[in-house]
Ligand binder design. Sequence first.
Ligand SMILES: [Fe+2]
Length: 449
Amino acid sequence: MSTSPTRSSVSATDSAADRAADSATYSAARTLPHWETTPADLPGAIREVKAAIRARIAASGRSVEEVFAVVEQRVAERVAEIRADRERGKSVWPVIDYADIENGTVSAEQLAKLRRRGCLVVRGHFPREQALAWDAGIVDYVEGNGFFESYRGPGDDFFGSVGSKPEIYPIYWSAAQMEARQSERMATVQALLNAQWKHESEGVTWFDPRRDSLYPDRIRRRPPGADSSGLGAHCDPGTLDLWMTEAYQQAFRHLFDGSVEEYDPWDAAHRTAGPQYPGTTMCSAFRTFQGWTALSDMDHDQGVLHTVPIPEAMAYLMLRPLLDDVADDDMCGVTTNQVFPASEKWHPLLLEALSGIPDVRAGDSVWWHCDMIHSVAPVQDQQGWGNVMYIPAAPWCERNERYAADVREAFLSGSSPSDFPEEHYERSWPDRFTAEQLNTTGRRGLGLD
Ligand SMILES: [Fe+2]
């Protein structure tokens, strides 16, 4: 593999250098303080890194307020477009038929909408009967292995629980999940999604868009009649590490050096090798898109996924804490070991754009850019099932290759993957998916070939 990111910082600050009239100021602003593991004194580290980022932006000759205003303006235009679509009854979410992806007949207009909105519904990603058979297969798998009798309650409190049966099944190695993860249809869609990102720059191949790392995740099965309070608006790519590790500081260099117009939410540079601060809701993998495949039909008003479909909103989230009305030791509520919140207090403009998926059918899949804010709407007395398999696009890169070693071990022993609570329900289940059942995609994804 040619994924060997280098830590060359030569080009990372050139634009700041060009702008900086005063070379002394420039050298002071060149290096941001960074913490490659969670800092012991979080408020102290927040104060220090915020002051350093402000100084670096100032060294470009612009103020933090000016830079933020540029981002706010750009985001406000997107919010207005989304409102207009909504008022005209147009779907905010792009929808593409799987057949068009397979045949290479996706239009330029559809691709432009995918990049503008950063999210997608793939219609008919799998035949509906296939998805319903997978759903039934999962039921057989968990019931046949006495899962509900042995279930010990949620291993984390991220999704909460409803009643005695879980909504989120901490199950990773069913035939249904593995067949979907290693399927040709999944690889075809992941390749299209990965191709929206810039994966080569600065002489580095940051990831391989045509090889996925089969990131194992759980299943949700929410039964008819369920009441659920949903999930608040948040994003998943990291927490304080987004401001504090060297790799992320380089990934977000244009936000931190006054050249905000050059920030590209689709640039993978410096995102596919660096560390992440540990936490109970962490994701060790680099994902271009998060996603799930529907295993039941779901109407748009039955407690479904929403996103803020604006990839550039990440710039807003990253710069907002630098404004004067936020305390020096506060990152707008972001802290380690908790999800990154988006709130009415700090991000009201962004939340105006929160948009739910359209009705989906079993076999459709749903995708959103890995940095984007998302939430799950509450529901009372849910009509029909709400069943999904979480399968993201996690292309092969240094970071995912490292995590694949853990995944291989978990797969072979039937354990919970190391990103998740140590529940290990499947270790003794005889009918879990085996190494002999892997195809070429599956073997490559687990790093076995
Ligand atoms: Fe999330």
